[in-house]
Design a protein around this ligand. Sequence first.
Ligand code: GLY
Length: 347
Amino acid sequence: MQTVTVSASIQYDVIIGSGARKLLAEKIKARFGTPRVCVVSDDRVAALHLAALKDDLRQAEVDCVSYVFPHGEQSKTPETLFDLLAFLAQARLSRKDVLVALGGGVTGDLGGLASALYMRGMHLVQMPTSLLAMVDSSVGGKTAVDLPEGKNLAGVFRQPDLVLCDTDYLATLSEEDFRDGMAEVIKYGVIGDEALFDRVKNGVPRAQMTDVITRCVEMKRDVVNEDEFDTGRRALLNFGHTLGHAIEAGSAFSLSHGKAVAVGMVRIAALAEQTGFCFVPCREEIAAALLQNGLPTDCAFSNAALYEAVTADKKCAGGSITLVLPRRIGVCETKTMPVEELKELLQ
Ligand code: GLY
């Protein structure tokens, strides 16, 4: 088991490895005494993992309730959030109690935000079950729900008290969900670690992911420690995401987040090459790694269509946009430009 300690506005451990879930009761008791626990998960994750987790808690004499919502981004809404808050109130939980978010990115976002709002803040443990949540969304404290006007528009920064990242959960992930997570892993390699990129570019068996996840979490820790509130360096984590979000939205979310980010990384690397921003051309290398990991490298949207979608995104504030561009594999930099300049570049 590996431990990475994040030192943001609060300090917390991310414990990574096989069997990490078994530490939940012990860690909660050591840190918070004898709180009650509400486990939040979607119906798919609940069917696989909820009963076992509740059994563990009950055996350790931790009182536990659970809230299960329908899986998918369509549940990441103010309606589900308020339904969860009402559930916490009806179950008479207090701010001394613990919300455990057991699941992927949607669960982490929803549970994280509910934990920040309920009684102005209760304790939070993130237990990611998807690769994407393990390497990205469970660490760093971004929580949000979507509004009809766009994704992630209502949220707060709310660091968890603990992250238990049990790599055994990867065994039940669909191939598609695992690949989606690998897109984020490849992203980490491109933005800051060539050795990681080389390690994962031909694929990694699921059972050998602990070190890879740990390295990604270490990189995320470094970024979050320096820029918790996303005013500077944290933007690096958005490599491939600016165009990726536009591709995802343009496909009416029929293309998964990971696939859309994969295509976004290739398109933005092409742009970096065309403009001479790259010291060493890397588009082909990124595309090859994505293909080896079962991810797409292109999609049907033209650059012109992407420009329209990008400028409709909330991140395109004040007429300027920040792009993350590769210099070479392992080194990326941000570049803020007027949106008109992006239009010219994409043309
Ligand atoms: N997922 C990007 C970030 O946490 O900043």
